[in-house]
Design a protein around this ligand. Structure first.
Ligand code: MN9
Ligand code: PYR
Length: 305
């Protein structure tokens, strides 16, 4: 598949599972069609947070990456495979595998149990992983709230990064710090890096700061509405863009205060797409029917389903 620059929306996919907890590769073809035809989403991020990537075995991750790439051919623009791991060797193995199956890009989150003590240690880790896929564009996955690595700012990480990681292409920026985000876009404009924003509830703010696109769990099922917002922003109809963002925020505000994790994402996506995504894997929990019903009622009342 062509590895071109990423623009627009990227769905952070869920990993379909059977009721018995096994991964379910058989529905990925339908999943691709749904994203493309119903949501207008043409790029996927596989084996990331929403996909429970770090809760899967290496073998499962390889099977999933292969199936996504296979099903995407002739349909999607690109498949980004997340290959991060607590274990450097495993991340390298996954990166090499992603290159072998011709994934469009790879992405890596910082190891978060034994954490990199500083920025240089993090870069050394990333460089070793990226080197295992020397011709595949590389995106750093910044999600400090989940990794617990909260002192390394992206603006600093990017200084001279191309000389250390030749395949470096951009950042998936999943944090609310729009100061850091804005400075990344501003300072590295000439490098032609790509900055993809990952906090769906405030994407419009990041667009104003120059985001090139967005990766998120909710683009699985409100991709179409978000695409309407992107179109309004592009045509400088900021009033309309804000209306759409605020409408989506009514949904976000409700679910975030009542509990919003992969169990909810899988359940909402199953209802929206009519494709059974199954339960999440432990330690995550399945959502209750009662709560799911409330979410669906709200989404319908907002016109999001
Ligand atoms: C922590 C997490 O899963 N973040 C996702 C991606 O970065 C987002 O898509 C959120 O699910 C979304 O912004 C809702 O908070
Ligand atoms: C949300 C996101 O980008 C992920 O699931 O990895």
């Amino acid at each position: 598949m062509e590895s071109s620059k990423i623009r627009g929306l990227v769905a952070a996919t869920v990993t379909p599972m059977k009721e018995n907890g096994e991964i379910n590769l058989s529905v990925i073809g339908k999943y691709v069609d749904y994203l493309l035809n119903v949501q207008g989403v043409r790029i996927v991020f596989v084996n990331g947070t929403t996909a429970e990537g770090l809760s899967l075995t290496t073998e499962e991750r390889k099977q999933l990456a292969e199936e996504w790439v296979k099903q995407a051919v002739g349909k999607l623009d690109q498949v980004i495979v997340h290959v991060g791991s607590l274990c450097l060797k495993e991340a390298q193995e996954l990166a090499a595998h992603a290159a072998e199956i011709k994934a469009g890009a790879i992405s890596v989150v910082a190891p978060s149990f034994l954490k990199p003590p500083n920025k240089d240690a993090l870069i050394s880790f990333l460089r070793e992983v990226a080197a295992a896929a020397p011709s595949v564009p590389f995106y750093y996955y910044h999600i400090p709230k989940l990794t617990g690595i909260t002192t390394i700012r992206m603006e600093d990480l990017l200084v001279g990064i191309k000389s250390k990681i030749p395949t470096f292409q951009g950042v998936k920026f999943s944090d609310t710090d729009l100061l850091d985000f804005g400075q990344c876009v501003h300072k590295y404009e000439s490098e032609k890096f790509t900055f993809l924003y990952g906090v769906d509830e405030q994407l419009l703010g990041a667009l104003a700061m120059g985001a090139h696109g967005a990766i998120g769990s909710t683009y699985n099922y409100i991709g179409k509405t978000t695409n309407d917002m992107l179109a309004a922003f592009k045509s400088k109809d900021f009033e309309k863009a804000r209306k759409i963002q605020c409408l989506m925020q009514e949904f976000f505000s409700y679910v975030i205060s009542h509990g919003f994790m992969v169990g909810e994402t899988k359940a909402i996506m199953s209802v929206a797409s009519n494709i059974p995504m199954g339960p999440p894997r432990l330690p995550l929990q399945e959502t209750s029917n009662e709560y799911l019903t409330q979410i669906i009622v709200l989404m319908k009342s907002l016109g999001l389903l």
